[in-house]
Design a binder for this molecule. Structure first.
Ligand code: IVH
Length: 692
């Protein structure tokens, strides 16, 4: 037998791991049907990473390890498109579609098969492949010249870097990159929690993300991509529908006819049926669309029909009507956020829009009100576009009362009367009175207890409001001083006073016990979450994690100089100075001291430096699902830090299955069949908190 060198072995293992990881990636991100757990995937990825580090000669620019980003691009290279990226002509009603079809019938004199697809509201992209390998990804740019954003494209998990099956040797494929609605909402929740300005809509956010210079940041954003247009010479099929089906076999995420993302029709009636279906159901999709694209199916007809200067004749877009209604603007009120930011709100005569009743809409800021000259009493146009919150987009001036006068923006805080400030270059006004302005105080406490922060079970925003009104709590530290007797029977008002919907609520024994237990359990919440919960401006979840990792404990963060703060990953001037402002205030330092005394975690639990307890010694856990208080990794770290062991699969040796949300039914069944106890996250916290 010829002996293989260690290098040969490494090479073949690298190839094998890459192949396996690509296949799992495809199953997860394209087929939505993974067969291994995230942990198993991570293990394979780590192994590959280690091998690539040891044998850099085999590291490939399309390796699955590139998905996490790392490359920084100073300036994206400009690249001319081989074939221009055209746009589509638009249509808005049946007549326009029928006229388009009529023109086609006249020019080609045959029956025509149409293909309908969704018009994804994202960013167009052109991807190039050679011999099954991803070569480059180029943005549309001006249609003739785009920018090479390949390193960012590699982080989009649903875009294959290595194709499978019987793909053409060289081709281009185009599609649309988008940010799923859920990811967009989460991102904005995080920004709101960090006191940052919100992103306007998923499309702009996707477009901004794709042009970020640090591909690691792009990797975090969870962009997705549908491909819908294959271009190349001598493609092995003769119509568009087939080309899309083939592209699926090569590993691309393409629209599927199973869920009507693509469909064929032989008549304008058939086309309209598809359009009407999606006009009705578009809000159920996990991503934004702004219409439907109708294409002629046969390639032979594409050549025959040709193009106009801007768009091909063989395709047309049908744009859904922007969902706009007009209604009366009764009053402009102002909300004060936990950071003191003032948001003007339009209180409207309730109106139906995109399936919901709208009573309020955002007016953004003073400039917006002035620009549109929005006045109380006006009939305004309200739109629900890509944005989640409806917005006022215009005024029907013809219907304006002749005595109306321009709206005067407030100069004092509506809640505490303090003179508002507006910093140079910022659109928002602020109330600087963070010490005693009630919504700011309440807002900080609401943030503190929120799900991603301390996640205190049994304590919600309404209770926080009630306890604050009663004078029982003024800051997060007060929460840990609450006593059973103070709370029992306590009555307070809940509900929206504006609507006259006054309800009284009284805290019963069970809710008090739950609340106090939730407060106790929150003392186990890891340092990074406590740091986020403090609500330091610009310190969102991610920044809190980075700070915790770098500084290890709160004292080090407090003591850090500006330069030292800047040394931590992702901390820039803005965040550093906000942290220093926070610690410069005596009140904040006192709150932290009291929270420390109450037993909250103010340093990283260094599980590597040995177990912090032996409570789980001899026990083996299988962890499955999604958790409220922990990431999957951090709950595992927690188990290990208490002396427990982790196993990837359930067997008779498993002591507990720790089940989060979305645990798969097959795992549950296996545990039940083997008689292994399934425990919840809460039960787990009890296991490690209770002294036994
Ligand atoms: S086909 C020649 N199909 O709409 C153009 N485009 O205004 C061929 N778009 O730039 C494009 N969904 O970014 C096509 N299913 C779809 C689409 C789609 C969205 C975008 C694309 C294009 C723009 C045209």
């Amino acid at each position: 037998m010829t002996s293989s060198t260690p290098t040969d072995i490494a090479k073949s293992r690298i190839d094998q791991l890459s192949q396996e990881l690509n296949a799992h990636n495809h199953r997860y991100y394209v087929e939505n049907n993974p067969i291994i757990s995230d942990t198993e995937f991570d293990l394979l990825l780590k192994e590959l990473e280690a091998l690539e580090n040891e044998f850099p000669q085999f590291a490939d620019s399309n390796s699955p390890t590139k998905r996490v980003g790392g490359d920084i691009t100073d300036k994206f290279e400009k690249v001319a498109h081989k074939r221009p990226m055209l746009s589509l002509s638009n249509s808005y009603n049946r007549e326009e579609i029928a006229e388009w079809a009529e023109r086609l019938y006249k020019s080609v004199d045959t029956d025509i098969e149409f293909v309908m697809e969704l018009k994804y509201d994202g960013v167009a992209i052109s991807l190039h492949y050679e011999d099954g390998k991803f070569m480059r990804g180029i943005t549309r740019g001006d249609g003739s010249v785009g920018e090479d954003v390949s390193s960012n494209i590699r982080t989009i998990r649903s875009i294959p870097l290595q194709l499978k099956g019987n793909y053409p040797a060289s081709f281009e494929i185009r599609g649309e990159i988008f940010l799923p609605k859920k990811v967009f909402t989460q991102l904005n929740e995080e920004r709101a929690a960090a006191g940052e300005e919100l992103y306007a809509n998923p499309r702009n956010t996707a477009s901004g993300t794709l042009k970020q210079q640090d591909s690691k940041e792009v990797a975090k954003r969870k962009l997705d991509c549908y491909l819908y247009y294959v271009l190349g010479e001598n493609l092995p099929y003769n119509d568009h529908f087939q080309s899309v089906e083939h592209a699926a076999d090569w590993g691309f995420k393409v629209p599927s006819s199973k869920d009507r993302l693509i469909e064929k029709a032989n008549s304008v009636d058939g086309v309209m049926n598809y359009i009407e279906y999606w006009d009705k159901h578009r809000h159920d999709l996990p991503f934004e669309i702004d219409g439907v694209v109708i294409k002629v199916n046969k390639f032979a007809l594409w050549d025959e029909l040709g193009m106009t200067a801007k768009s091909p004749r063989w395709a047309i877009a049908y744009k859904f009507k922007a969902e706009t209604v007009s209604t009366k603007l009764n009053k402009i009120t102002y909300q004060v956020g936990r950071t003191g930011a003032i948001t003007p709100v339009a209180n409207l005569q309730p109106v139906q829009l995109a399936g919901t009743t709208v009573k309020r809409a955002s007016l953004h800021n003073a400039d917006q009100i002035e620009k549109l000259d929005i006045r109380e009493g006006d009939t305004v146009l309200v739109e629900k576009g890509g944005e989640i919150i409806p917005k006022v987009v215009g005024v029907v001036t013809e219907q304006r009362d002749m005595f109306s006068t321009p709206h005067q923006y407030i100069t004092k805080c509506p809640e505490c009367g303090t003179e508002l400030i507006r910093k140079e270059g910022e659109a928002q006004h602020y109330c600087p009175n963070d010490a005693t302005c009630p919504p700011q105080i309440k807002g900080r406490m609401e943030h503190f207890i929120s799900r991603k922060a301390m996640n205190i079970e049994g304590l919600g925003t309404e209770t926080i409001s009630g306890l604050f009104e009663k004078g029982l709590i003024k800051n997060p530290a007060d929460i840990y001083d609450l006593q059973y007797d103070q709370l029992l029977g306590l009555e307070f008002q809940v509900g929206d006073e504006l609507l006259g919907d006054l309800k009284k609520r009284s805290l019963q024994a069970k809710s008090v016990t739950n609340m106090l237990e939730g407060i106790q359990l929150s003392k186990q919440i890891p340092f990074e979450r406590v740091l986020f919960a403090l609500g330091i401006r610009f310190v969102g979840e991610t920044v809190a994690k980075k700070l915790a990792k770098h500084f290890k404990n709160i004292d080090a963060i407090e003591a850090a100089t500006n330069e030292q703060l800047l040394e931590a990953d992702e901390i820039g001037e803005k965040i550093a100075s906000s942290i220093q402002d926070y610690f410069s205030l005596e009140e904040n330092r006192t709150i932290i001291r009291r929270l420390k005394d109450a037993g909250l975690q103010f340093h990283v639990d260094e599980s590597q430096s040995g177990p912090t307890s032996e409570k789980l010694k001899g026990l083996t856990f299988v962890v499955s699902g999604v958790f409220q208080n922990f990431s999957r990794d951090s709950i595992k770290e927690s188990i290990e830090s208490h002396g427990g062991k982790i196993s990837g699969s359930i067997s008779s040796k498993t002591s507990y299955v720790l089940a989060g949300d979305d645990m798969g039914p097959s795992k549950r069944k296996k545990a039940e069949d083997l008689g292994v106890k399934i425990i919840t996250e809460e039960e787990y916290l009890h296991l490690v908190t209770n002294d036994k």
